[in-house]
Design a protein around this ligand. Structure first.
Ligand code: SF4
Length: 719
């Protein structure tokens, strides 16, 4: 407390999965400053450009232009939305849900939620769908972000649990960064890694990326692979390590299964063959294999470059193969480490907030798990029919199978691939509800009912970051306008539905605050791999952020998993992932001769609904452009800034060309953030504009159902 009306509140940055602690300073009812929390173990006081400008995004004049402040309803599609009261809004939604379920069955409803919701919000959304409405059609934009990491971990290590921690940065001899522009996408982790290297000058970094990114520029060795050739590279590295006797045969024998089949497969993956498949020089592949095989501790860091792929699970599994073959796991500085994109993709997985999951890492496909969750919730059963994943949900709505879409804290009309289909879905659905903090998103014009949600600085709950660390999110000011907390909106709707579907029975939603939701969630984790029964709000208040597992009676969480060499599989052994390398889902060809890759900018976040409100965050990159190498600019006879038409099989965009030497020839790059306001595009006549995702493909990983947002084939011509 600094003065009578000035206060400081500890909370967490709402942007990326690093999960930095922030201290919010308020004066009266206004957030006036934010700084890094020096005691938070993720960032020790540091913040990147996005985190350090959070207070500016909450300024009253910015909020007045960007926030959704009142419940609103459209009399008909295309009409202006008019403010209504909360009672009318909640009654409208609960009645429409009940009517839809009664007329068409529960699977006519789809809930599309977000990795930016807090764990408590996620928990009640999941329970509403699976426990009350009777549908598993609840999926999240984390499907676009981390679902390949989930299925990769489960297929190999047996559980969806990153086995490493940020402290491992300091102990690693080799850091293998693959499919991640860490310097821009997770800036505070990049600073931690720079510190580690400064303290340990012998530490080497290998960066695998089709582009010469800012992270690649910092590497000791940059492997500039062809897009989508990750598995070929990992198999080639394993071939060499086997040839050179650099694998750990004792670890493989004692702690793994399935090695023989993989060993036979990679026999053909010679340096020459790997060089052909990846576009790399043979000597660089040999160097990488020798560095990995000769290092005492190897830490791999990976993100969307592996996950956003039609072979996302196989990408993850093939990388983890290298750790298992060399025994590089369960020790300080060693292990595979998926960097979470969104702030709470981990928390959403923990409560089972995906179409194929149940609470506390239980599987929907397991009858025993369904029975456990039904007993915990006090319902007769949890439906067995698999829910529709993100892409499937919108395809089902476009086909008329899903009739009511409830979208929360995400912007599918910008962020999902193949916008023509997504927009057809939003137009065809009989009722679209958007629960959002911001009024300005591309999805808002499609909504029949808009529910204003509270946001960072206003809400209470918890999030889990990339290293399994749970932090509290705390309110510093009252919610803007009539906005309410997401969990409370869900509970209010649920209670109204219960009056119609479960009259006279005890409510399944007896919550007074976020803490009571949290307490029910942690009770569901008892005995599970992520047991957090010992992690009360009071303990988090007293001892600060903690890693899971944290069972009742524990005094601290577990920093590193699998130190004893036992894995949570039926036989206690980790499993090798045996699969052949395949090309991208949409290889370039004569008609579409460029590979288009996508990625983040340093100073923007996702669809820019928050970062896009600040002029200063456009200082580094002013607007959308397609980056091409000098050779391709010359071949297309393009001058800097000249407009080009970029066409894929699904749509086209017109935007300026920019010379960017990060690209190899026949490759192009567009930052993912730009939407309809900032790009000129055309879908298939469904909607006039659709941003970069007018181009991207919905082709997805068969196990994870994560779409290949990182690559599609395009042609480029002067506009
Ligand atoms: Fe926020 Fe991520 Fe930046 Fe940390 S690194 S301040 S969590 S955006």
């Amino acid at each position: 407390i600094a003065s009578q009306d000035a206060r400081e509140t500890r909370s967490t940055c709402p942007y990326c999965g690093v999960g930095c602690g922030v201290i919010i300073r308020t004066e009266g009812s206004t957030i006036v400053d934010v700084r890094g929390d020096p005691e938070h173990p993720a960032n020790f006081g540091r913040l990147c450009t996005k985190g350090s400008t959070l207070h500016l995004t909450a300024a009253p004049h910015v909020a007045a232009q960007s926030r959704l402040l009142h419940p609103m309803r459209r009399a008909r599609r295309g009409a202006a939305a008019a403010a209504i009261g909360w009672d009318e809004a909640l009654a409208t939604l609960s009645d429409r849900l009940v009517d839809t379920v009664r007329a068409h069955g529960p699977d006519a409803v789809g809930l599309y939620i977000s990795g930016q919701l807090l764990t408590e919000d996620y928990y009640v959304f999941n329970k509403l769908a699976k426990g009350l409405l009777g549908t598993n059609n609840v999926d999240t934009n984390s499907r676009l972000c981390m679902s390949s990491a989930v299925s990769g971990y489960k297929a190999t290590l047996g559980a969806d649990a990153p086995p490493t921690c940020y402290d491992d940065f300091a102990d690693a001899d080799l850091v293998f960064i693959t499919g991640s522009n860490l310097a821009w996408a997770h800036p505070i982790l990049c600073r931690r890694l720079e510190d580690a290297k400064a303290a340990r000058p012998s530490q080497k970094w290998i960066v695998v990326d089709p582009r010469k990114t800012e992270t690649a520029a910092m590497a000791d060795l940059h492997l500039q692979i062809l897009p989508g050739s990750d598995i070929a590279l990992y198999h080639g590295l394993l071939h060499l390590m086997l040839w050179d006797g650099l694998t750990d045969a004792a670890f493989v024998r004692a702690h793994t299964s399935g090695f023989e089949a993989l060993r036979d497969r990679v026999r053909e993956c010679t340096p020459r063959e790997t060089a052909r498949a990846t576009g790399l020089r043979e000597e660089d592949i040999v160097t990488a294999a020798r560095w990995w095989g000769g290092s005492a501790a190897v830490l791999s860091l990976y993100c969307m470059g592996l996950n956003q792929s039609a072979q996302g699970t196989a990408n993850n599994g093939s990388l983890i193969n290298l750790h298992l073959a060399t025994g590089q796991i369960g020790r300080p500085g060693a292990g595979p480490f998926s960097l979470t994109g969104q702030p709470n993709a981990m928390g959403g997985r923990e409560v089972g907030g995906l179409a194929n999951l149940l609470s506390a890492h239980r599987d929907l496909g397991d009858p025993a798990h369904r029975a456990e969750v039904a007993a915990l919730w006090g319902v007769d059963d949890v439906p067995a029919t698999p829910g529709k994943t993100a892409i499937e949900m919108f395809e089902a709505a476009a086909d008329g199978e899903i009739r009511l879409l409830w979208i929360a804290c995400t912007n599918p009309a910008q962020s999902m691939p193949d916008q023509a289909t997504v927009r057809r879905a939003l137009e065809r659905a009989e009722f679209v509800v958007l629960q959002e903090a911001f009024a300005t998103t591309a999805t808002a014009p499609f909504a029949d009912l808009l529910l204003p949600a509270s946001t960072w600085g206003e809400k209470s709950g918890s999030v889990t970051n990339s290293e399994r660390r749970i932090s509290r999110v705390r309110p510093a000011v009252r919610a803007a306008g009539e906005a309410r907390d997401d969990w409370r909106i869900v509970v209010d709707v649920a209670r109204r539905i219960e009056r119609q579907l479960r009259p006279g029975r005890v409510s399944l939603f007896p919550y007074d605050d976020a803490e009571s939701v949290w307490n029910e969630h942690r009770a569901t984790t008892r005995g599970r791999d992520l047991d957090i029964t010992g992690l009360s709000y009071a303990l988090l208040e007293r001892d600060g952020p903690q890693q899971w597992p944290f069972p009742a009676g524990a005094t601290r969480g577990l920093a590193r998993l699998y130190a004893d060499g036992r894995f949570p599989t039926p036989d206690g052994r980790a499993r090798f992932f045996d699969i052949a390398a395949r090309p991208p889902a949409e290889p370039r060809d004569a008609r579409f001769p460029f590979s288009l890759t996508t990625g983040r900018l340093r100073d923007q976040w996702h669809g820019m609904s928050r970062t896009g409100t600040l002029g200063r965050l456009y200082g580094d990159v002013h607007g959308p452009a397609i980056d091409l190498c000098a050779q391709d600019m010359a071949r297309l006879n393009l001058a800097e800034g000249e407009l080009v038409r970029v066409t894929s099989r699904r749509g086209e965009l017109v935007l300026p060309a920019r010379r960017g030497d990060a690209q190899a020839s026949a490759q192009a790059f567009i930052a993912m953030h730009w939407g309809e306001e900032s790009l000129t595009g055309r879908g298939d006549g469904v909607a006039p504009f659709a941003g970069i995702n007018a181009l991207t493909t919905p082709a997805s990983c068969p196990q994870a159902r994560q779409p290949e947002l990182k690559h599609c084939a395009v042609r480029i011509a002067r506009a």
